[in-house]
Design a protein around this ligand. Sequence first.
Ligand code: UD1
Length: 342
Amino acid sequence: MKILITGGAGYIGSQTIIEIIENTDWEVISIDNYSNSSENTYSRIKEITGKDIKYYDVDLRNLSETESVFNENPDIEGIIHFAAFKAVGESVDNPLMYYDNNINSLNNILKCQTKFNIPSLIFSSSCSVYGNVEELPVTENSKLSKSESPYAYTKQIGEVMVDDFIKVNQGLKAISLRYFNPVGSHISGLNGELSSTKPNNLVPFITQTAIGKLDCLTVFGNDYATKDGTCIRDYIHVSDIANAHVLALQYLLTKDVEKPHDIINLGTGVGVTVLEAINAFEKVSNKKLNYKIGNRREGDVAAIYANNEKAQKILKWSPKMNLDDMMLSAWKWEQKLSENNF
Ligand code: UD1
């Protein structure tokens, strides 16, 4: 069976390709335009799995180039659509860049799904669709508030596009997976996030401070109403996220689904404070982290974590990696980057 991964050179896409190669007999092909990744990812995938995969340098906003990949591969049976921009701050500064890329790429993928009659689609969504939540933990039925950024809005729109599209295309199926905070790298430390821009998220900030690329980590506020005053998030290992994609696709391909388009949270269900994350990092790396307490970051919510019962029930998925695994693998990857002068 042949599966198309869009954004296959990216952080979660590449991890999912590894997961597919290691655990299934599916053939994978990848599309990427390397706007926030590099073709070198495929050599890292080969280093880990021993396999070369076929890949295309295509911008998904270009419909004819995208269609040509489907014409060349008429036997694609599933699509996992990762390719998108994902930096919240950047989306606030440059909203049209986000609407243009994230919406048009998905639009073209959906056009191809119907034109080439591809039965199954997995869409990468995000817990940011919930906006400011009122109830914890967050279930898939929790109310979606107004999005806090253009990035989050592209994910809200994306889910609606998939929903409307699936309603009028009988026989086609989709799942939107709402990721909480994906972190860590492949357990070997050989493949992780390689971004052309400066880090946006806590864990790369921690590892880059520890390696000396950054001087000091600022903890954004310690006066929240949480156990130690710092914000709570649901960090989830990227390999657990990757594994959920395999299970989601298997579910769509082999089961009579309850809903032609379903939405599923991917989180561990465990809320972790910023200080707990730092402590776990210090423990597994055996390094003291240089950090200080700073002001709150605008737009941060005090706490958000998932109810993941739906993923457990429908996909038979449960996360295998704990916070120490997340931090240790992230640290191994940072050290690997440093050995290679990144
Ligand atoms: C961010 C995105 C969210 C996206 C998620 C997953 C924002 C506002 N939201 O969520 O849409 O789905 O990533 O990748 O960017 N922190 C510090 N110091 C730092 C960096 C972070 O204390 O230098 C704290 C933050 O205040 C937060 C926690 O660490 O409490 C996690 O931050 P981050 O990794 O940026 O993720 P989110 O803000 O949860």
